[in-house]
Design a protein around this ligand. Structure first.
Ligand SMILES: Nc1ncnc2c1ncn2[C@@H]1O[C@H](COP(=O)(O)OP(=O)(O)OP(=O)(O)O)[C@@H](O)[C@H]1O
Ligand SMILES: Cc1cn([C@H]2C[C@H](O)[C@@H](COP(=O)(O)O)O2)c(=O)[nH]c1=O
Length: 215
């Protein structure tokens, strides 16, 4: 059943290098949307399904899959994620908030030698284009510090020169639905910028009156 676009949910995507604050910001925005009566579903990629775990486990062992297999697994993971999770939620009017999506593939597999535009085209053949995407922009050295403070071991994707290349690819992306969010400030300052971008995109939902009532 096709749902009239007016009741379809929105797809909001959080992107950036490891340690940029995506998980933190998704949870803060989900709270804000829920407070405005919007049903949300938070998810992430690679998922913890078989294809996503194959990529994650290789990276965790500091031995990434070879690039062809990595791409194949990531695409299959995303196809299943879109079909089983993302599209059904959007059709029910739920807003889907993603911690990574195909812009990560453009950045990370692009930094691994693949053609960035070809990666975008491959994904947009089956994956819905985001309604809004936020690039959390922080320098690699800050990201590495935050990851160190988090106390987790770094995986094969989290090497400084590789992340610098990923950063440059993110910085080169130019889509009308992609918003650069300077994310060096504290978490709430970053979240304010994100909430402002959402309110500007959907003024009918986040009018000043509605939001004031929540202050
Ligand atoms: N604005 C901020 N200022 C300082 N530290 C932050 C900020 N946002 C998040 N952090 C901290 O930085 C670390 C990484 O945050 P988070 O897990 O949200 O990033 P991420 O982009 O999801 O990381 P990854 O991609 O590696 O999963 C966490 O320890 C978190 O508490
Ligand atoms: C979706 C996606 C992710 N990656 C990489 C980027 C990250 O280093 C890891 C996921 O780690 P996280 O801490 O859970 O964010 O996977 C990728 O290379 N390609 C992709 O499409």
């Amino acid at each position: 059943m096709t749902v009239p676009l007016s009741t379809r949910g929105k797809l909001l995507v959080f992107e950036g290098i490891d340690g940029s604050g995506k998980s933190t910001q998704i949870n803060l925005l989900a709270d804000y949307l829920n407070a405005h009566g919007i049903r949300t579903l938070c998810s992430f990629e690679p998922t913890r399904g078989p294809w996503g775990m194959k990529v994650r486990q290789a990276a965790a062992g500091n031995e990434r899959l070879d690039i062809e297999e990595e791409i194949s697994c990531l695409l299959q993971d995303r196809r299943e994620h879109v079909h089983n999770v993302i599209e059904p939620a959007l059709e029910q009017g739920t807003w889907v908030l993603l911690d990574r999506y195909y812009l990560s593939m453009m950045a990370y597999q692009g930094a691994s030698g693949c053609n960035v535009e070809e990666i975008r085209e491959m994904n947009e053949e089956f994956a819905p284009v985001p309604d809004l995407a936020f690039w959390l922009d922080i320098p690699v050295e800050t990201a590495l510090l935050r990851m160190a403070e988090r106390g987790l071991a770094r995986d094969a994707f989290e090497e400084a020169s590789f992340l610098e290349h990923c950063y440059r690819i993110y910085a080169s992306m130019d889509m009308p639905w992609l918003v650069r969010i300077p994310a060096l400030g504290d978490a709430l300052q970053t979240q304010q910028q994100i909430r402002q971008a959402v309110a500007e995109e959907y003024p009918q939902i986040f009018s000043r009156a509605n939001t004031a009532a929540l202050a």
